[in-house]
Design a protein around this ligand. Structure first.
Ligand SMILES: [Zn+2]
Length: 136
């Protein structure tokens, strides 16, 4: 099973809740999920994993580098598998929908700006807060 080797590679023991949660993050249509989203999806799939366990496992996954945590609107954390290339996000302030995007021009400009200030860019988090344009 892919999930088992992923867990071992991350230095985590293979346990049923960990496998179920990793599978859910991997297969869910929604790429950015809160702990509650994961919990509800598992319940709907007939899996008996408690919300406290989901929180604990997601925190372990984050520490192991398996998932990335985002706090798009302050308190509300969402998680996504840390399996892809760097990307930035926009969040619909009305629906909380999360859209991923990449822009080479923005990436380049951010490096330049850091350098202009005498720094080397290590990392960045860019979140656009957006709202659907109303037809005129
Ligand atoms: Zn993302």
């Amino acid at each position: 099973m892919v999930e088992n080797s992923e867990l071992r590679k991350a230095g985590l023991k293979v346990t049923l809740p960990r496998v179920k949660i990793l599978q859910m993050l991997d297969s869910a249509e929604q790429r950015h999920m809160s702990a509650e989203d994961v919990y509800k999806a598992l319940m709907e799939a007939g899996e008996d994993v408690g919300l406290a366990t989901v929180y604990r496992v997601l925190t372990q996954f984050e520490a192991a580098g398996l998932v990335a945590r985002h706090n798009f609107d302050g308190g509300h954390a969402v998680f996504e598998l840390a399996d892809g290339e760097h990307h930035d996000h926009m969040v619909d302030v009305e629906t909380r929908e999360v859209v991923e995007f990449t822009c080479p021009a923005i990436e380049k400009r951010q490096k330049e700006i850091a350098e202009e200030h005498g720094f080397e860019l290590i990392d960045h988090h860019l979140v656009l807060h957006v709202r659907k344009r109303k037809p005129v």
